[in-house]
Design a protein around this ligand. Structure first.
Ligand code: GDP
Length: 440
């Protein structure tokens, strides 16, 4: 059955200079033909692929002057014939162009349907499609970079290498099973284990990288804590560059957690200003203080703001790598301890760059986030399953027959295939593409 021809506004429902309406499927050209009056009268069917042609896009009651471009199958994003109309970017104009496409034979695309067709037509892997969604939905530059690497098949490339080695190992085992009279030599067995360990080692390196990937995806949570009036809210505002939290000399002003996000080197740092830590008889302030303690416990970084003498932070080890000891108000008082990691003034902005550098070093776990592309929980889970199966195979070698070991290896191969999409079932595929917007 030939796929239906689909259409959608690819540029989203927003006003802009130009909007793009995309039509994909075997009927794309015929739909386009009925709604486009090209300048110079060259028929749409005679369009040279990848060239833009000016003309009138015929809509209900008006025609917009725009462009049409034809991408011929299979050299298009979806792998099918595509025609794109570039019209003026008003919401009503683009809706009218879309309606024209629908009344001329296309049907409205659902979320991610263009990319799903690209996947089904072998234009990209499932992980690559997810990278594209990550890029589009990113809330930080680091996420765009990571998504871009996924989109460029970095993870798929790694996974395919593992899969190909496992296939090779399985073929070897199958040959041995076919000749059961020949006992498997112990050297062959240790070679098998070595090869499996090598693949598993590669998978483990990727799995370990996930802690970095998670930071890219969800950002790094930084709890600002310290005694009342130390300058936590002032520091939050100074880092954000605008007044987010109330700054007041009245102690106990911040009761709820106040949040804001900054980017350092493209990575999101989610700053949470907390209630000042002190004994309080005020019921609401006490609730705030208990939220503050919870926030500190779960934070990736603890920005401990002090003024005057250094007092250890209750409940946090002195050598906790998450702890950044900050001396504030250096504009009015001299620093009296060498315990601090950084000396700043939230009021004048002095040394905030130095603080950001320390946040970057500690936040990224001492390693650069460059090259991190394992950011999807789905990929992480599949790699973990593959690793478990390979460990089972390694532990069973020499104890159980080869055909049983090959079952574990096949499981590992299949778990890896879920990442590329090769073995992903319909529900996984639907879940992935539901994250896309209509028109992508
Ligand atoms: P918080 O209770 O820890 O959130 O402290 P605030 O940010 O509300 O600040 C308490 C008081 O200290 C306010 O009057 C601020 O203007 C003042 N303050 C905060 N940071 C500095 C600083 O770096 N230098 C000076 N001179 N005053 C500061």
């Amino acid at each position: 059955m030939t796929e239906q021809t689909i259409a959608a506004i690819s540029t989203g429902p927003a006003t802009g200079g130009v909007a793009i309406i995309r039509i994909s499927g075997s009927g794309a050209l015929s739909v386009a033909q009925k709604m486009f009056d090209p300048a110079g009268k060259r028929g749409v069917e005679n369009f040279i692929p990848n060239y833009m042609y000016p003309g009138r896009i015929l809509c209900d009651g008006f025609s917009d002057f725009g462009y049409a471009v034809y991408f011929k199958a299979p050299r298009s994003f979806t792998g099918e014939d595509i025609v794109e109309f570039h019209c003026h970017g008003g919401i009503e104009i683009s809706r009218a162009v879309l309606r024209a496409a629908l009344s001329n034979g296309a049907r409205l695309a659902v979320n991610g349907e263009f990319t799903k067709r690209a996947f089904l037509n072998g234009k990209l892997s499932l992980a690559s499609a997810e990278g594209l969604a990550d890029m589009i939905n990113a809330s930080s530059l680091a996420e765009v970079r990571a998504g871009c690497m996924l989109y460029a098949e970095k993870l798929t490339g790694e996974v395919k290498k593992f899969q190909s080695e496992l296939k090779d190992i399985l073929a070897g085992i199958a040959a041995d099973i076919d000749y059961p009279e020949e006992d498997v030599a112990s050297t062959e067995l240790s070679d098998l284990v070595l090869r499996l360990q090598k693949v598993n080692g590669g998978i483990d390196i990727l799995i370990k990288g996930y802690s970095r990937g998670k930071k890219i995806k969800s950002g790094i949570t930084c709890a600002l804590c310290g005694a009342p009036n130390a300058g936590k809210s002032s520091l939050l505002n100074a880092l954000l560059g605008y007044d987010r939290a109330i700054v007041s000399p009245v102690a106990g002003t911040t009761r709820d957690a106040v949040e804001g996000t900054i980017q350092i080197d493209g990575v999101n740092y989610n700053l949470v200003d907390t209630a000042g830590l002190r004994e309080s008889a005020d019921e609401i302030e006490s609730v705030g203080i208990s939220i503050a303690k919870k926030t500190v416990r779960s934070a990736d970084l603890i920005l401990y703001v002090c003024e005057g003498e250094y007092v250890p932070l209750d409940g946090v080890e002195e050598d906790d790598p998450r702890l950044i000891k900050i001396f504030n108000k250096c504009d009015i008082s001299p620093v009296r301890s060498d315990k601090f990691d950084v000396v700043i003034s939230a009021r004048t902005g002095e040394n905030l760059d130095c603080l950001k550098r320390i946040m970057k070093e500690r936040g990224a776990g001492g390693s650069s986030l460059e090259g991190a592309y394992l950011i999807e929980e789905r990929h992480h889970a599949a790699l973990c399953r593959a690793s478990v199966s390979l460990n089972n195979a390694i532990n069973a070698a020499g104890l159980f027959p080869l055909d049983l070991i090959s079952l574990d290896i096949t499981d590992a191969w299949s778990a890896l295939g879920e990442i590329t999409g090769e073995t992903a079932n319909e529900s996984i595929i639907s879940e992935v593409f539901s994250k896309f917007c209509v028109g992508k």
